[in-house]
Design a protein around this ligand. Structure first.
Ligand code: ZN
Length: 408
């Protein structure tokens, strides 16, 4: 009984620390008085827990504001440089590794292009490990202060055993030929940092919901439009995962029965019509030897210059995307749909009016009228930021757990 009582007190304290860290992280700087008001904790508890967080170096004072006639109120914030986070975007055209402080300010990044669309797993793992070493060396940040490495990958992520620090993660990515790849085990051979892996579209979704175009929405879909197409469905504030985390494979919904062959092996998928790879391939006029990004930029430039074939292809892409968004509207009744990803942001300004018109034409009128469609706000590297939110989430939820910072 005594043991259980102790556990409960510890859990409560951890819960209070977590509550205050969340509030300070997302709404700070805040005074102790404001923290008490919005957290529902008593003034005494706030004062004790804040004292503890300050002693741990997790929270710091950062100025003061005048209060009505009373003493100025000290403002508090989460200490940005107390710990660090690494975010990795395993895209199909590059591996990007970035080092962030706790405020998610990017301190360094390392980009390695992929020529084979990421098919060679060992090569991808090697680039990730190289990138981690590079960003740490470049900044001189002590690896003992890194809370973990968040990784966004294409495909479906099986998490394995909880608390295994990512060791059990297995990735299934039909489009790049990753068949039950034991990514956790492969990475563990090269680093002992805690690993947090999720689908790239889901990490992008988390980033846009926390800091970007999704802020304030409870029901949303964040679409990742790059080489392939994916989505993160947010239902009542939480990411919808499905039975085995594969929910949101929007790119493989059918837009044409019996249509174009998709990289997943099926036919008529959205991705086979509007994914960047498909668009460049269907256009067929990209300068020889150009990368996918250069090819897509050339397609856009041709359309802007009035090339009829390029204009028609992009107009059709907008209609496909709008129709596929109409499906999201009818299925999930979101209040907001955010289009992100490097291709989405590149083509978005040109395609958005066509996408909106097609969504209106194909969706049911009532839910469509409740939905706004907007472009992502965090730029083409938002997957890296989203990946870094994975260890950050663990940190905030655990009440600021730093045990991993102390070398054994
Ligand atoms: Zn497909």
């Amino acid at each position: 009984m005594a043991e259980r009582g102790k556990q409960t007190v510890r859990d409560l304290r951890r819960g209070s620390r977590s509550t205050l860290l969340h509030r300070l992280y997302f709404e700070g700087p805040l005074s102790r008085q404001e923290l008490g008001r919005i957290s529902g904790l008593s003034g005494g508890s706030v004062s004790n827990v804040v004292g503890e967080l300050i002693a741990d170096g997790l929270v710091e004072e950062c100025g003061s504001v005048d209060s009505d006639g009373g003493r100025p109120r000290i403002l508090l914030q989460v200490t940005p440089d107390r710990a660090h986070l690494i975010g990795v975007d395993v895209g199909e055209t590059q591996v990007r590794v970035a080092l962030f402080d706790l405020a998610l300010t990017e301190l360094a990044a390392s980009d390695h292009p992929l020529s084979d669309h990421g098919h060679d797993v060992d090569h991808v793992v090697e680039l990730m490990l190289t990138g981690i070493t590079e960003v740490l060396e470049r900044t001189g940040v002590d690896r003992a202060t890194v809370l973990g490495v968040g990784i966004g990958v294409p495909g479906i992520v099986e998490q394995g055993e909880p608390d295994s620090d990512g060791y059990g993660v297995v990735v299934h990515s039909q489009t790049v030929g990753w068949d039950a790849v034991p990514l956790g085990r492969l990475l563990r051979a090269g680093t002992d940092l805690p690993l947090y892996v999720d689908n790239g579209a889901k990490t992008l979704g988390q980033a846009e919901m926390w800091f970007g175009a999704g802020q304030g929405a409870r029901h949303a879909v964040v679409a990742l439009f790059g080489s392939g197409v994916g989505a993160c469905v947010i239902a009542d504030g939480s990411r919808f995962r499905g039975a085995t985390s594969s929910a949101g494979e929007w790119g493989h919904t059918k837009v044409h029965v019996g249509g174009r062959l998709c990289r997943c092996g099926s036919k008529g998928c959205l991705e086979a019509y509007v994914g960047a790879e498909a668009l460049v391939e269907r256009w067929g006029a990209a300068p020889p030897g150009s990368s996918e990004k250069e090819g897509l930029a050339a397609l856009l430039a041709a359309a802007e210059a009035g090339d009829p074939a390029a204009e028609a292809l992009l107009a059709e892409a907008a209609e496909y995307l709008g129709a596929a968004i109409a499906d999201l509207v009818n299925l999930f009744n979101p209040e907001r749909i955010v289009i992100g990803g490097w291709a989405g942001l590149l083509l978005g300004p040109r395609l958005l009016p066509g996408i909106e018109a097609a969504a209106t034409e194909y969706a049911l009128r009532f839910p469509r009228a409740q939905t706004t469609i907007t472009l992502g706000r965090l730029g083409p590297d938002a997957v890296t930021v989203g990946a870094a939110t994975l260890p950050l989430t663990h940190f905030l939820t655990s009440g600021g757990e730093l045990r991993r910072l102390t070398p054994a």
